[in-house]
Design a binder for this molecule. Structure first.
Ligand code: PGA
Length: 255
């Protein structure tokens, strides 16, 4: 069973390079004692390079928010896995709902990206989640099944893969899914992974929750059986709430 937790901050299109650097420097200077929590900063591309330098001696990881599946080529506006790797990136968020719904990314593209990230030695954080309409028409389980099936197609090993369940209607809306909804969805995800791979592999996979996580609900959400950490947008942009959430997770892990 998963003994450690992951808390990733998805900055989206916020913070310039200087702002990002200052933020991470301030965070590192807090010298938090959080051995079992893996903290990942996911800044916009332009801030990656600067932050890599600060994180060299710190116990925190760097993540990107997207990538292309090709190594290089005539793909204006895109970035490849080896370019990210050269910036010290360890994780890449893929299939985030804003990529799926605002930029029309398909499961097929997301799958190519997952494989490219794994081939490049980095770790994908594969985001899945239903829209409000899909939830209302009881399609949540099917949506999760298909996003996992297609997103992980041809992926033989899960050890380097992180899954993030993010109900689209709870992202950036202030509306969190209920404890029951999160528990049910995470259990579905774990069981789907178990069917695709094995029970042991599913149990060892980190399944993060994302969608309006904040200091006020972190303890309750992290208390849910199949929740192994968080992917955080809004609350990761300021030191205090981000720190509070991480400390809460760490405290809960220590029992
Ligand atoms: P939020 O975003 O925490 O602001 O809801 C989560 C995400 O988009 O990953």
């Amino acid at each position: 069973m998963n003994k450690h937790a992951i808390v990733a901050g998805n900055w989206k299109m916020y913070k310039t390079s200087v702002e990002g650097r200052n933020f991470v420097e301030d965070f590192v200077n807090l010298m938090l004692n959080i051995d079992d929590v893996e903290v990942i900063f996911c800044p916009p591309f332009s801030a990656l390079f600067n932050i890599d330098v600060i994180l060299k001696d710190a116990p925190y990881k760097l993540g990107a928010q997207n990538c292309h599946w090709e190594n290089e080529g005539a793909f204006t506006g895109e970035i490849s896995v080896n370019m990210l790797e050269s910036c010290g990136v360890d994780y890449v968020i893929l299939g985030h709902s804003e990529r799926r719904h605002v930029f029309n990314e398909t499961d097929e593209w997301i799958n190519k990206k997952v494989k490219s990230v794994l081939n490049g030695g980095l770790k994908p954080i594969l985001c899945i989640g239903e829209t409000l309409d899909q939830r209302k028409s009881n399609e949540t389980k099917d949506v999760l099944f298909h996003q996992l099936k297609e997103g992980l197609s041809g992926v033989e090993k899960l050890d380097e893969v992180v899954i993030a369940y993010e109900p689209v209607w709870a992202i950036g809306t202030g509306e969190t899914a209920t404890i029951e909804q999160v528990g049910e969805a995470h259990k579905w995800v774990r069981n789907i992974l178990s069917d695709f791979y094995s029970r042991d592999i599913a149990d060892d996979t980190s399944i993060l929750y994302g969608g309006s996580v904040k200091p006020e609900n972190a303890e309750e959400l992290f208390g849910i059986k199949d929740v192994n950490g968080f992917l955080i947008g809004g609350a990761s942009l300021k030191i205090d709430p981000f720190k509070e959430i991480i400390l809460t997770v760490n405290k809960k892990l220590k029992g």
